[in-house]
Design a protein around this ligand. Structure first.
Ligand code: MG
Length: 256
């Protein structure tokens, strides 16, 4: 199990291996070949960036019984896309768009297990799917609920700028069928469920998506959210915690 962080220090973007309170800098890329440079940085002394810069985020809707209400579970994974421009890292602000504030649109976080794809993937099967997963990270599928319900497409609801927090880093070699997914808003727990309850498991998601869409190295798959996360407002602090990974923390602000 190895935890890789992407971070900014002195204006440079670097990767490193997280070891306790320090990051051991590497050259190269965790997804390719790398070596340790010998430099070390305290985690508290750097700005953590999203652990990858995905060409796309594929997200799965309606993938926990507890999130479905009265609706029947979908027979297949239900993918949609989130724009790469929505991605932010740990500590970055979730910015509620001015138009959403003006319209009184309900905004909700969604705690999700996020997968980082390690190499180009097309036509994976359930038995080969995990060969393409490099690591796991905390995902927050921030959603503008009224736009999700009323727009023809989910684009504004799911892809507004800053609606894709991921991080704080990524961890390899976890068991994706047994990760606890938690959301807290201002310290109060809103979601808490295990990925063993996913209706369509990670392997089935990768098979289904990659039958028609090429997944690139660094792409992110968000696997769905449990329960009912509640609303967030400017001034709130959202934390997404995954067992074995860590805590992704983002303040909520209004677009000025
Ligand atoms: Mg979601």
């Amino acid at each position: 199990m190895t935890t890789f962080a992407r971070f900014e220090t002195m204006g440079d973007t670097k990767y490193g291996i997280v070891e306790g309170d320090n990051i051991s800098e590497i050259s190269g890329s965790p997804l390719g070949s790398y070596s340790r440079t010998g430099n070390s940085h305290p985690v508290s002394g750097v700005r953590l960036l999203p652990p990858v810069s995905p060409s796309k985020i594929v997200a799965i809707g309606l993938n926990y019984r507890s999130h479905l209400g009265d609706k029947p579970g979908p027979k297949v994974p239900e993918p949609f896309l989130k724009a790469s421009t929505a991605v932010i890292g740990n500590g970055d602000n979730i910015v509620i768009p001015k138009v959403a504030i003006d319209e009184g649109v309900k905004i909700q976080p969604e705690a999700e297990l996020a997968l980082v794809i390690g190499k180009e993937c097309k036509g994976a099967t359930e038995s080969t799917a995990l060969d393409y997963v490099f690591a796991y990270t905390c995902g927050n599928d921030v959603s503008a609920r009224d736009w999700q319900n009323n727009d023809l497409q989910w684009t504004r609801a799911k892809s507004s700028d800053t609606f894709g927090p991921v991080g704080p880093w990524m961890t390899t070699d976890l068991d994706p069928t047994n990760i606890q997914v938690v959301c807290r808003v201002n310290g109060e727990e809103k979601q808490n469920q295990n990925t063993s309850d996913l209706l369509h498991p990670v392997t089935r998601i990768i098979e289904y998506v990659s039958s028609v869409i090429t997944l690139n190295a660094g792409d992110v798959i968000m696997t769905g959210t449990p329960g009912t996360p509640g609303d967030i407002h400017p001034g709130d602090i959202v934390e997404i915690e995954l067992s074995g990974v860590g805590i992704l923390k983002n303040p909520v602000v209004a677009e000025s």
